[in-house]
Design a protein around this ligand. Structure first.
Ligand code: SF4
Ligand code: SF4
Length: 110
């Protein structure tokens, strides 16, 4: 009989880019090449107005989109208020509001 230690081992979660559909991510990068310059520093998320009020995590959503994991991205991006604070702190100078708008335009069906 298994002993209940009160915790369980996490299931492995590998990102398989070869199996993911990257076509939309590539379209987004084609239209806005700076989208691929993100270094995932998290500055945008740390300063995000919507993130202070909701579970919205801009870095996470855009990272998932770049990986071809689009499910829920449109709904998440709807939480953005387009205030622009993230753009002010981004060390790569990414037009983050533009990224939000482009992702919403491209992923409207997801
Ligand atoms: S602040 Fe800029 S570089 Fe850093 S995670 Fe956000 S978008 Fe990427
Ligand atoms: S523009 Fe959107 S993602 Fe950027 S800080 Fe404002 S609410 Fe957050």
């Amino acid at each position: 009989m298994a002993i209940d230690f009160g915790y369980s081992v996490s299931q492995p979660r590998a990102v398989d880019l070869d199996r993911n559909d990257l076509s939309l991510a590539r379209e987004i990068v084609r239209e806005m090449p700076e989208f691929s310059a993100c270094i995932a520093c998290g500055g945008c998320t740390a300063t995000c107005t919507a993130g202070n009020l909701t579970s919205f995590n801009f870095r996470l959503v855009q990272t998932l989109v770049r990986r071809g994991e689009y499910a829920g991205a449109y709904a998440e991006m709807n939480k953005c208020m387009l205030c622009g604070k993230c753009r002010l702190v981004c060390p790569r100078g990414i037009n983050t509001r533009g990224v939000v708008r482009l992702i919403k335009r491209k992923l409207g069906d997801y």
